[in-house]
Design a protein around this ligand. Structure first.
Ligand code: G6P
Length: 611
């Protein structure tokens, strides 16, 4: 996690860095800092969000044409001024920012302490920086060489940016495991964890790969591998507009992103789904269609909200394609020597495309001969690049830390993949296939319908905002939606919430039910409807407060509920894209009513690039 920004060129560096860091706050916001080349390397840093640093250093001489900046998500050492990045080397000449974890830092630290180094922070970053300085001094070499030598000893993940008082125009950057983008301007270069800090200046970018090192000057970008061989930078054109990363009149990014869903789902289906001709065009899936159809199993790997999308996909793929599906937490999968045989198909789901555990899990499976299909939102991200094939979700930049539009985009892509495979395999009737294509096509319009009830959901949120716990229950396709609803509430309101399969609640959670517990049922009309209505009765009999997400016109469920949130009629396969929307809004409005910073909830980060 952590966001990094760098600039070298003729403009004032500080405003570019600060604006860039604000755009990267989704990656962490425990503390902020900048290092500016201003007659020596000047470092300003502070615990707290970017705006707090900005306020604290008003009036200082921040004039510089070269600088680096960092917004932190703490790994080693609590969030504090002294643990904030950039760190300065013992001599004060070098400053460095880091995104990642140096796993063997304590060994390196002990070696340096024996040589008389004193550390001023608890971070692994300060250790690596002094290790680099030690090599530079001992070998009388350039900073670039010292970095290269140091990185050969480093175990862990990193993106690092360094500046050196003795070489004031240059930024040295290196990457392994965390993302780094370099923007190419005219006589200037920009660096960032993603492309957002450079959007208004350039559309030409280079995505730096693992084990690459960049020497960045205003007029020059030199890319090398750790063996000191020069590489040709692969320059790509960015397809991203500034408006996509701004709030556009909404109070929060999360609300904007919830309301964007009719458009983002439409964008995801556009050019792929042709309901009138009965076709789904997905070239990144088509290429591997033979192998997928023959696969004896599909393993879905993801984390967080993406894992919930994977769970919905398990139900859909098994139902439509009759292929065995397993859904794995990437962090568990990577460490337990999983059984993967050649020809197994892995679907990796990730909004950011940078989640460290998902990335390593894919590498593990790839090494064992699996075919990797990525369902990824961020174009050009690491997971997108290491996958054999797959499909982008095309949800656009998601900035609110709690994932919303990426989730519905993932569901849309995964449903299309399932339908495509089922069609090729012949495991679905023509009639059902055509019906589901039409159902899918109608989703954007139906999501817009659900969003029209947002004021009603806001009132429900105000009514229940002081509850201590929430229970979310669903069955079948709506069980993962219950998990996702509970996760959304936890993330942004800090209310304890649990998602459970509705029938399973009898084996434990029912003990929690009393007249103060809101129980949210995702009880839309589907094959399990009668069953979940019985579960509602059971909760009501114990005086639990039933709130339900129901299909329009369901009088019976309405009579059993204290409050209802309504979705339009839809086939159960596509219904999760609708039933999750009221839960996103409920969580959002409760978070706001409780005064929480919903776009930047405490302790969380959007992109988890550490394991
Ligand atoms: C973090 C985010 C979640 C996200 C999860 C997986 O926890 O806060 O919103 O679902 O990471 O991220 P990915 O980018 O791989 O989907």
């Amino acid at each position: 996690m952590c966001g990094i920004v760098g600039y070298t060129g003729p403009r004032e560096a500080y405003p570019i860095i600060i604006k860039g860091l604000k755009r990267l706050e989704y990656r962490g916001y425990d503390s902020t800092g900048v290092a500016l080349q201003n007659g020596g390397v000047k470092v300003y840093k502070k615990k707290g969000k970017v705006a707090e640093l900005e306020e604290a250093i008003v009036g200082k001489n921040l004039h510089a044409h070269v600088g680096i900046g960092h917004t932190r998500w703490a790994t080693h050492g609590e969030p504090s001024d002294r643990n904030a990045h950039p760190h300065q080397s013992s001599s004060g000449k070098l400053a460095m920012i880091h995104n990642g974890i140096i796993e063997n830092y304590s060994q390196l630290k002990n070696e340096l302490i024996k040589k008389g180094y004193v550390f001023h922070s608890d971070t692994d970053t300060e250790v690596l920086l002094n290790f680099i300085e030690e090599i530079k001094t001992n070998n009388s070499c350039t900073l670039e060489e010292a970095v290269r030598i140091a990185l050969k000893r480093v175990v862990g993940a990193y993106v690092i940016l360094l500046v050196d008082a003795d070489d004031p125009e240059t930024i040295i950057a290196a990457r392994k495991g965390s993302p780094l983008v370099i923007g190419i301007g005219k006589g200037e270069h920009f660096l960032g964890s993603d492309a957002s800090p450079m959007l208004e200046y350039t559309k030409e970018v280079v995505y730096v790969n693992d084990y690459e090192l960049a020497i960045v000057r205003p007029d020059e970008l030199i890319l090398k591998n750790l063996g000191n061989e020069k590489l040709t930078p692969y320059v790509q054109k960015l397809d991203l507009e500034l408006a996509a990363i701004e709030k556009g009149g909404y109070e929060h990014f999360m609300l904007k992103e919830i309301f964007e869903q009719p458009q983002t789902i439409y964008d995801c289906l556009r050019g792929r789904l042709d309901a009138s001709n009965g076709t789904i065009t997905m070239s990144g899936i088509q290429q591997y269609a033979d192998q997928i159809v023959k696969a004896s199993r599909i393993v879905i790997i993801a984390c967080g909200t993406s894992w919930h999308a994977g769970l919905v996909a398990e139900y859909i793929i098994e139902e439509l394609c009759r292929i065995n599906v397993e859904v794995e937490y990437a962090s568990e999968f990577r460490y337990r020597n999983p059984v993967i045989t050649k020809g197994d198909v892995i679907i990796a789901i990730s909004q950011s495309g940078e989640t460290a555990d998902t990335l390593v899990a894919i590498e593990t499976a790839k090494a064992k001969g699996a075919i990797i299909l990525g369902v990824v939102n961020v174009v050009g991200s690491s997971i997108a690049r290491i996958s054999h094939g797959g499909a982008y979700t095309h949800a656009g930049p998601e900035i609110g830390v709690a994932s919303t539009k990426a989730f519905t985009g993932q569901l849309a892509v995964l449903t299309m993949i399932a339908l495509k495979i089922a069609y090729i395999k012949g495991s679905i009737s023509h009639e059902r296939y055509m019906h589901l294509l039409n159902e899918l096509q109608e989703i954007p319009e139906k999501v817009a319908w659900v969003l029209k009830n947002s004021e009603h959901i806001k009132k429900i949120a105000e009514k229940y905002k002081d509850a201590r716990d929430f229970l979310y229950l669903g069955r079948g396709y709506n069980f993962p939606v219950a998990l996702e609803g509970a996760l959304k509430l936890k993330e942004i309101s800090y209310i304890h919430a649990e998602g459970y399969p509705a029938a399973e609640m009898k084996h434990g959670p029912i003990a929690l039910v009393d007249d103060s517990l809101p129980v949210v049922f995702i009880a839309t009309r589907d094959a399990y409807h009668e069953k979940i209505v019985s579960n509602m009765q059971e909760i009501k009999a114990r005086k639990g407060r039933v709130i339900s997400v129901i299909t329009e016109g369901d009088e019976h469920s309405t009579s059993l509920s204290e409050d209802v949130m309504i979705i339009p009629e839809a086939d159960e396969i596509v219904a999760p894209m609708l039933s999750v929307v009221p839960l996103q809004l409920l969580a959002y409005y409760i978070g706001v009513a409780k005064g929480q910073d919903v776009d930047k909830p405490r302790n969380l980060a959007k992109s988890v690039t550490v394991e």
